[in-house]
Design a protein around this ligand. Structure first.
Ligand SMILES: [Mn+2]
Length: 442
């Protein structure tokens, strides 16, 4: 049986979460109007509606007659051709048209009221109204609205996001929006391409124990662009049931001469910080998930590096001894401060290792140490009186990542490389950077 409402709220075909959330929000603002969904909604929304049927029971266009409609409220759209068969209202005399949309330029509907302004989502515009009118929201409604807001703003990360979007998100969280549900339904669509990659990953999976963690690697070569690989890797980890899972994808685009490697990781255990691992590879992420893009890196080498990182292995594939410079310019501990100052100036160094005898490292003198000098006469004093004896050093067998970490933590630009107390080389910030740049994403 079809109903014949006199006021309707509707949205665009292939309704997404912003569209559905806006229909529901508008229903609170215009309680006398009948919400109507287009026949087609996108797969995520379909999934959400099938589970929340009792709460959001909104008729589809097919179930509605337009004969009695005097008022039409359009949300998240601003064109007749985006609606599902509402054209006949276009010419209806006296139609009260109200439009809420967050894109100013797509407009085509001459409306009487509502709001069209640039914003991250239409949900945001309607949330502001609900907030101002102190309307009550159920946690379910708040959850749906947050899903709409997050979907259209990429979790507040798209450049179209406005401060108002973030305020609205805060308001919805305050109204008990459930992020677990939001995340569950915002998962990108999982299609044939992704399924094929998942099967290949499972076939190629190699499980191993590293440092007490169960870890799985799959190396694949993929053709062209496959979206949502992160979702695939997440599912892969769930299925192989390991602490951490890695997909190493070598892209085989022909016109690109240099191999390019994309690594995506998922961790389900606190001790394995995926973000930290990926940052070491020049990428990024958070404890649970991360990725890095490496050029000029073979997939086997990438896997080796990851394995070393997890193992905390000091014998990383590339060692400090491969990158350090030598022989090292150093000064004897008895050298006068005056001489050291001249040397630093001439060579443009910010610091120098100080040695006793041939090459026994006893300290480091840096430009900063010259601030300790109070009297002219002190320039005649030996460098050992002013040097810092707590020199940060590094062993030749450690990895460049170790060097980078020490440099960042202690704000030093150079590390003497020391074996058995003797200085055998020096590694500078630019040495480590040069190494990492080979691994950094384009
Ligand atoms: Mn939208």
């Amino acid at each position: 049986m079809q109903s014949t409402p006199s006021a309707i709220i509707t949205t665009h075909r292939n309704a997404d979460f912003d569209a559905l959330a806006s229909v529901v929000a508008a229903g609170l603002i215009y309680p006398d109007a009948q919400p109507v969904l287009p026949k087609q909604v996108n797969p995520n929304v379909r999934g959400f509606l099938s589970i929340h049927k009792d709460i959001f029971d909104i008729p589809r266009r097919d179930e509605i007659e337009l004969d009695a409609v005097r008022r039409l409220i359009v949300v998240d759209a601003n064109r007749w051709d985006r609606l599902d068969r509402f054209e006949e209202l276009r010419e209806r005399t006296g139609l009260d048209l109200i439009v809420w949309d967050h894109h100013e330029d797509s407009g085509q509907m001459p409306h009487r009221s509502g709001r069209i302004m640039e914003m991250g989502s239409t949900t945001t515009l309607l949330t502001r109204v609900l907030d101002r009118r102190r309307k009550l929201l159920t946690p379910m409604q708040a959850t749906l609205m947050l899903a709409g807001l997050y979907e259209d703003t990429g979790n507040l990360s798209f450049s179209s996001t406005r401060a108002e979007d973030a305020y609205a998100a805060g308001y919805l969280l305050d109204r008990k929006a459930d992020l677990t549900i939001v995340n569950k339904f915002l998962r990108p669509a999982y299609g044939e391409k992704q399924k094929a990659v998942l099967f290949d990953m499972l076939k190629a999976a190699r499980r191993q124990k590293i440092n007490g963690y169960s870890v799985s690697f799959s190396r694949l070569s993929i053709e062209g662009h496959v979206s949502s690989l992160a979702v695939v890797v997440a599912m892969y980890r769930d299925i192989v049931n390991v602490d951490a899972a890695f997909g190493i994808f070598e892209s085989s685009v022909r016109k690109r001469k240099r191999a390019r490697c994309m690594v995506i990781g998922r961790s389900g255990i606190e001790g394995l910080d995926m973000g930290a691992i990926m940052r070491s590879l020049g990428g990024g992420g958070h404890p649970g998930a991360g990725s890095a893009q490496l050029r000029e890196a073979r997939p086997e080498a990438v896997e080796g590096m990851i394995r070393d990182l997890i193992a905390g292995n000091q014998q990383a594939s590339v060692q400090i001894s491969d990158l350090m410079s030598f022989p090292v310019q150093s000064v004897d501990e008895t050298t006068s401060m005056e001489t050291v100052a001249r040397l630093l100036r001439q060579k443009g160094y910010t610091g120098l290792p100080v040695v006793r005898g041939e090459d026994l490292l006893v300290g480091v003198i840096s430009r900063r140490d010259f601030r300790k000098i109070r009297k002219e006469a002190q320039l005649k004093a030996p460098v050992k009186a002013f040097m810092s004896t707590e020199a940060r050093t590094i062993a030749p067998g450690l990895s460049p990542i170790h060097a980078a970490r020490i440099m960042v933590r202690h704000d030093v630009g150079r590390l003497p490389v020391v074996a058995k107390g003797k200085i055998i080389g020096i590694i500078t910030r630019s040495d480590t950077m040069r190494y990492f740049y080979d691994l950094l994403p384009d």
